[in-house]
Ligand binder design. Structure first.
Ligand SMILES: [Zn+2]
Ligand SMILES: [Zn+2]
Length: 136
């Protein structure tokens, strides 16, 4: 069982299945959202996340052309993104886990838009200039 939550502790979740995959996203939207050069997140098995506490604190930004971005309305912590067509498909921000999420990012996507002020690390991860293909 994996557990995690937001910065203020109001929102808590648990995940009952091992994570599917993880990656870094360097898109401009993730830079704005996180205030950093990239966002690290993991895809979950659909339906494996349960909000244990603080569901009423969650807010989402829903862009017209992408996944909803959920965050805690009290502390602003980023929690996960949610597929607009199936809310059970989520990518949880790795920084929100309590301990080791048991997975490591395997790729970097949208590297064509990487921040000018932070060079891409030479870590051997697969780089995708645009979105990571669903099969990767
Ligand atoms: Zn919070
Ligand atoms: Zn992104």
């Amino acid at each position: 069982m994996l557990t995690g939550g937001c910065l203020c502790g109001g929102v808590r979740y648990e995940i009952t299945e091992p994570l599917v995959s993880a990656n870094y996203c360097h898109c401009t939207r993730c830079q704005r959202r996180t205030g950093t050069a990239a966002s690290a997140q993991a895809r979950i098995v659909p339906g494996s996340l349960r909000i244990v506490q603080g569901e009423e604190l969650l807010r989402a930004w829903r862009p017209e052309d992408g996944a909803a971005k959920y965050f805690c309305s009290v502390c602003g912590a980023h929690m996960w993104s949610q597929d607009p067509s199936d809310p059970e498909i989520r990518s949880v921000r790795l920084g929100s886990f309590d301990g080791d999420p048991g997975i490591r990012p395997s790729s970097r996507q949208f590297t064509a838009y990487a921040a000018a002020w932070e060079p891409l690390p030479d870590d051997g991860l697969t780089r995708f200039p645009e979105r990571r293909p669903p099969s990767a």
